[in-house]
Design a protein around this ligand. Structure first.
Ligand SMILES: Cc1cc2nc3c(=O)[nH]c(=O)nc-3n(C[C@H](O)[C@H](O)[C@H](O)COP(=O)(O)OP(=O)(O)OC[C@H]3O[C@@H](n4cnc5c(N)ncnc54)[C@H](O)[C@@H]3O)c2cc1C
Length: 451
């Protein structure tokens, strides 16, 4: 791609401009919904085509954008304010608490603000082999919203983009598909699509990523209610390869997500055989894994996410480290739409108006990385794990309003708060005093037991 003119003049979207959105996951659909809406506010009509080869009503990995399906309470509320109300068929369960499991004990953390509820969803049509009227896909719901707003959905996989006369032209299977005034790269990182943008040569590189694991465990509804209730079960184990794992109840399934370093199918088996996990699962009943996959997770954003008439968003750009990718998809899709409609689609406009939002997520992830570094120490050293459980337990039983560590852990693993705000909470003296007390008690008990 010839970038010699990049940013040399203001590029605005005219009435009737054509936008090609590569990927109909949450980022692509949020972009489309907001761009169409905002354009109408200023009396313009846009022609938005969403290219999405997947059928999200299908069961199994083929119809699914592989994720834990946790929608933070903040995102549920933000969407409601935007007029996007998740229907009951999409929301599989409302979550009111977390159960934290460690080798040194387990503890429940109730939602810090009782009126708020986390929603769990399926991204596709549900686990493999299970097509049910009770399961409606979150991604399909958003895609239908975008189509209702006026977007056109084409089930096409784009495999090449070239610049002709300063405008990007899209190709699929060597056939020219469309010339666009703007291309939105909302293709995620689970296909070779980011390479298409890399090959355009404007400086974009695929995000750094790790492999995670997801499995859908089929269980009787009553067993799920008894073992999991409406809680997300979070595991912080001293395993080198597992940063953390979560089991998320949904109808007659529990979604297992494992994040860590070298996650493979073997990691999943080892995790399910760990005594801490076994204690949570029912011992009287065999469970079945209906569906599993090893999706990629973005852990470092590319530095150059735009050029004239091209912008990269969501997982293909910057997203929140280890949590709330859907919240980030909303944020970045909306920021790109706002810039494109109100400011323009040139590199200068994206640099001035879209890039600050993009960078704010990168900056916040530095705080996230620091917090995970500390959590890694706590989960690996048993006396610190004990102290953590002691403090959370004490806080949960206390009538004190300020439950600092409980709130920190809650916010750490939900999309409720930015990492920076969680980090700020960690500076409170009272929590450290409680931790030292817990650590001291644990050490004395340990000494007495060995003595
Ligand atoms: C293990 C795991 C668990 C997670 N759990 C959660 C969670 O509980 N909550 C949460 O908020 N986030 C979670 N995430 C993150 C979340 O899944 C992502 O951040 C989110 O899906 C990003 O949305 P996106 O639209 O950018 O990309 P995607 O959801 O990946 O969508 C990209 C779309 O682009 C399409 N596409 C790809 N290539 C092409 C092409 N060439 N042409 C046309 N279309 C194309 C794909 O088919 C896909 O539909 C998790 C991630 C992982 C890996």
């Amino acid at each position: 791609m010839n970038n010699s003119r990049e940013g040399n003049s203001q590029l605005a979207l005219d009435d009737g401009a054509h936008i090609a959105v590569i990927g109909g996951g949450p980022t692509g659909t949020f972009f489309s919904i907001f761009a169409l809406h905002m354009a109408r506010m200023i009396g313009k009509e846009l022609n938005i085509t969403i290219y999405e080869p997947k059928d999200f009503t299908k069961d199994g990995p083929g119809g699914c954008n592989r994720c834990g399906g946790i929608i933070s309470e903040l995102l549920v509320q933000t969407l409601a304010v935007e007029g996007i109300n998740l229907p009951d068929s999409v929301v599989q369960k409302g979550i009111h608490s977390y159960k934290l499991h460690t080798e040194q004990g387990s503890v429940s953390i109730a939602t810090p603000a009782l009126e708020k509820t986390i929603a769990t969803v399926y991204r596709g049509g549900g686990p493999k082999g299970k097509v049910s009227p009770d399961i409606a896909s979150f991604d399909n719901f958003l895609l239908e919203q975008a189509v209702r707003e006026g977007a056109v959905r084409k089930p096409v996989r784009i495999d090449r983009i070239v610049l002709k006369n300063t405008k990007p032209v899209l190709y699929a299977k060597d056939a020219e598909i469309q010339e666009a005034d703007l291309v939105v790269g909302a293709c995620g990182i689970n296909s070779t699509a980011p390479k298409i943008f890399e090959q355009m040569g404007f400086g974009y590189t695929e995000p750094e990523k790790i492999t995670a694991a997801i499995a859908e465990i089929g269980l009787d509804e009553k067993v799920i209610a008894d073992c999991f209730g409406s809680s997300i079960n979070l595991f912080l184990l001293p395993d080198r390869n597992i940063k953390f794992a979560a089991m998320i109840p949904k109808g007659t399934y529990v979604t297992l997500c494992i994040l860590g370093k070298k996650v493979t199918a073997r990691t999943m088996k080892d995790f399910l055989n760990n005594p801490v996990t076994k204690a949570v699962l029912p011992d009287t009943m065999p469970y079945e894994i209906h569906c599993s996959c090893l999706p990629k997770m973005n852990i470092r954003a590319p530095k150059k996410p735009f050029t004239d008439r091209v912008v990269m968003c969501g997982d293909a750009g910057s997203t929140r480290l280890f949590k709330d990718g859907l919240g980030a998809a909303y944020l970045m899709g909306k920021a790109a739409a706002k810039t494109a409609v109100f400011d323009g689609v040139g590199a200068d406009e994206f640099r001035a108006n879209y890039y600050p939002v993009y960078k704010s997520i990168i900056y916040d992830n530095y705080f996230g990385a620091m917090l995970y570094f500390v959590i890694d120490i706590y989960r690996k050293w048993k006396y610190l794990t004990k102290a953590m459980i002691h403090v959370v337990d004490k806080e949960q039983q206390s009538s004190r309003d300020e439950k600092i560590l409980s709130a920190m852990l809650w916010d750490m693993f939900t999309g409720n708060e930015r990492y920076k705000n969680v980090f700020m909470k960690s500076l409170k003296i009272r929590m450290h005093a409680d931790m030292w007390e817990g650590l001291f008690k644990g050490l004395v008990r340990g000494k007495n037991e060995t003595g």
